[in-house]
Design a protein around this ligand. Structure first.
Ligand code: ADP
Ligand code: ASP
Ligand code: MG
Length: 460
């Protein structure tokens, strides 16, 4: 059985990071690794920015803006590979730079600019996977770059394509089994796929985790490892709560809720393929590989702390639709959700009262059209600049007092859209975006502060 090892952008940020990845893969050699890698950190952002510049301003500026991106690849290759291999890779980078330039030049006349954008951003992962395979081979680990577009087959929803599972599983097995049988490590770029007729697509930002999970499910892997720049899933976002601690174990449902409500360390879709094939997911730190990180699995153990983590996401819009027509009428909710369906807009949290429905949206791109249609159903109120906070733990099921503790901790902050998810392992609500960091810090202190104090007393 194989182990899927996915390395994120910061794990391949520069030559030193590639070296660490090679050491981590070498140490896992016995576990038949399949490596999935993201673009070098910042590369997807630069390719997307160049695409926007080409569409909105000037193609020459767009092309010029990518010089530094390609130079970073040159520099990493020269540091990592022997002279001839480095020269070949530099030529490969230059060839890709030409392909990107010609895609940028034609984007404004392209029949589907989103498809061109996917083709452009896919080069980030194409380059990092080719370089990593070269580095592994140079370190004596037989490795083969595999074009992920031959494995991950998707629909044609460019920029956020959905995989066609049967096709993806068969193609992945066909592509990867020969490598694994020959004891060669396949190295694939994450995030990218292709339609059945071979046009490049991408799975959405942060989608390399999802690629790893799909490959793991297709191969029936023994473990899916997500290697990143922090030690596992932490009790809160470490950028807001620097003292957040690693959580040793999470159930699939807990991890899915956290990922969905903003814990960027896992792409929200990562858990589903793992659940279906009962594959454990481990989140590890590529800068501290000896640390155990977090193990996500089917066990639904209740931790003595009850609350395991607090996730949050900003940039949320809430929408409230009020209508007396709701009273005792059927068909109203269907009509309402059909509006979101027609505009392909995902609804996150929903609460209802007798005469109103409130919901939250991550992506408000189609809001004007949505509001126009909703106004035919009732009075619509939109609030932008909101954030969702989500308190997660299997122990929430049947533990009294959690909501009281949350509300008393942030009693001076106005809370709306309060919901305890159907799985009863999360408690979610919306607040003003400006106060979200303060709220998360205070909640973390309330739920985890005493543990830190206990630990430091034990140490002294
Ligand atoms: P990668 O490039 O490896 O995919 P990401 O930047 O996508 O890495 O995800 C890792 C980052 O997620 C961490 O550096 C951290 O800032 C952020 N993060 C947010 N919430 C959490 C959390 N609860 N636990 C761990 N990391 C989190
Ligand atoms: N490179 C892609 C991104 O930055 C995918 C990923 O890193 O997971 O979104
Ligand atoms: Mg990520």
């Amino acid at each position: 059985m194989s182990t899927v090892m996915k390395f994120g952008g910061t794990s391949v940020a520069d030559a030193a990071a590639f070296q660490s990845v090679a050491r981590i893969v070498a140490a896992a050699r016995e576990a038949s690794p399949v490596v999935v890698v993201s673009a070098m950190s910042g590369v997807t952002d630069s390719l997307l920015a160049a695409t926007n510049t080409a569409v909105q301003h000037n193609v020459d500026d767009a092309i010029a803006s990518l010089q530094e991106t390609f130079r970073r690849h040159h520099a990493a290759a020269r540091e990592l590979l022997p002279e001839t291999a480095a020269r070949e890779f530099v030529d490969h980078v230059d060839n890709i730079a030409h392909q990107v330039a010609s895609l940028l030049r034609s984007i404004n006349t392209a029949s589907n600019p989103k498809a061109s954008q996917d083709a452009i951003v896919s080069f980030g992962e194409a380059l990092s996977s080719a370089l990593l395979a070269g580095v592994l081979n140079d370190r004596g680990i037989a490795a083969q770059p595999v074009d992920a577009r031959r494995c991950i087959i998707t629909d044609d929803e460019y920029t956020c394509a959905a995989p066609l599972l049967d096709e993806t599983f068969t193609r992945t097995q066909d592509e990867l089994h020969p490598c694994l049988e020959a004891n060669v490590v396949p190295v694939l770029g994450g995030f990218i796929g292709a339609t059945a007729n071979g046009t490049t697509t991408t799975l959405g930002r942060g989608g390399s985790d999802y690629t790893a999970a799909l490959i793991g499910a297709a191969l029936g892997a023994s473990e899916i490892q997500i290697w990143t720049d922090v030690t596992g899933v932490l009790t809160a976002d470490p950028r807001v709560v620097p003292e957040a601690q690693t959580i040793e174990r999470l159930s699939y449902s807990e991890a899915a809720e956290l990922a969905y409500f903003g814990a960027k360390v896992l792409h929200p879709k990562t858990i589903q393929p793992a659940i279906e094939s009962s594959i454990p997911v481990r989140i590890c730190n590529s800068r501290a590989p000896q640390e155990r990180g977090t193990l996500v699995g089917p066990e639904t153990e209740t931790s003595p702390r009850t609350v395991k983590a607090i996730a949050h996401k900003s940039g949320v819009t809430t929408v409230q639709i009020s209508s007396a027509r709701m009273l005792g009428a059927y068909g109203f909710l269907r009509a309402l959700f059909e509006v979101f369906d027609r505009h392909r807009t995902v609804v996150d949290v929903v609460t209802t009262s007798e005469v109103s429905v409130s919901l939250s949206l991550d992506d408000a791109g189609r809001l004007p059209q949505i509001v126009a249609e909703l106004e035919q159903l009732g009075t619509v109120r939109v609030e932008r600049g909101r954030a969702i906070v989500c308190v997660v733990g299997e122990g929430l099921r049947g533990t009294p007092g959690i909501a009281a503790k949350v509300f008393s901790t942030i009693s001076d902050i106005n809370v709306s859209l309060i919901s305890q998810g159907a799985s009863s392992i999360n408690f979610t609500f919306a607040i003003e975006e400006e106060r979200v960091n303060e709220a998360v810090k205070r909640l973390h202190q309330a739920f985890f502060g005493h543990e830190k104090a206990q630990r430091s007393t034990q140490k002294s």
